[in-house]
Design a protein around this ligand. Sequence first.
Ligand code: FAD
Length: 375
Amino acid sequence: MHERDVVIIGGGVIGCSIAYYLAKRGARVTVLERDLFGSHASSAAAGILGAQLEMDGPGPLSELCLKSRSMFPDLASELYRLTGIDIELIRAGIMHIAWTPEEAEMLRHRGALQRSRGEVADWWDRDRVRSLEPAVSDQIEGALYIPRDSHVSPARLTRAFSFAAELLGAEMIERCEVTSLRIEKDRVEGVESDRGTFRAEHVVLAAGAWTVTLAKQLGVHLPVVPMKGESLAVFPRRARFERTLFAEGCYLVPKADGKVIVGATERGGDFTEWVTTDAIRCLTSKAVRLVPDLAESTFIRAWASVRPSSPDGLPYVGRMGHYRNLFVATSHFRNGILLSPITGQRIADLIAGEEVPDIEPFSPNRLLSDDSSQQ
Ligand code: FAD
């Protein structure tokens, strides 16, 4: 018998959530993080819980997003009780802005679809939007208002998951880079790192955009597509608004501490984590178009990281290849914060040997191929 039940590689929001849900079940867990917990995509996010915002139609991903969103109110209280960390869940809703009559038509249609599925989504014309949020530009056509979508602080959420897991007995190790996996037949026998070998009954790959490198060591190609994103934060001097504003190419998220997050660029195939002046120029001009008074705001800082995505737009959550004790959880793209609770809970269920039908469509095996074909 091994000294631990599960080793998780990667301490972003996904790895830390899995550790939390496993530790709650009493599993002996170790998380290995190359840098600091939450130091990559998970603290670069805006923290939007946009289950309806991202919904184009029915499907397994949309169902999973809705289920995960519904977990947040209880999760926020649970994590606060355990750790004293407030994840700053703000339930003020999101306005999906239309600039043109064509966009307005598309959003009205989307709203009708969402209402037919029992969700709340109301079309507001320009005057209604501006009567509630006078800071919004008078050039917009209107907005689809989605009251149930919300947002959290992603850095606080990741910290709360990791601290809660630790309080429940998990071993949380930073500055520990996994260098290889030791394979015997159909099992991962050990995880090699720059701080020694870790053995466990089960191994979870949750290394975000970098999971592709670890999968390669198993001789398989798991297509994880890096999608760089840059964002910035400003402190508004005059403009005040309460709801998240989401428009083509730009969103504005008013946070609990008064700052506004302006996001985000998207650039495929780029692993760099620096901010370009072009990104700052593009994002600030779109932000000022949407809320003109933001021109008076104070610039706080800008940052960048890499979202893990996949060629078919679905995350990978499930058992990996023919290995009996290997699992993967990554490629949540723009929704990793939103999907973190359900991913953690479902992976913990799977490791405990339970049937988890709602994650079957996300099996990594759907796109897994022999690495030799990728040379
Ligand atoms: P990461 O946070 O990148 O964590 C992976 C970790 O694995 C890293 O810390 C890394 O150091 C570690 N690692 C890698 N290789 C190794 C190794 N060999 N050994 C040990 N450790 C290793 N999502 C939302 O839901 N809402 C949003 O509003 C939102 N906005 C976003 C805005 C931007 C600009 C960006 C970039 C992302 C946004 N996202 C959002 C997406 C979300 O941030 C990601 O989907 C999520 O953070 C992915 O989490 P992760 O744990 O898989 O990856």
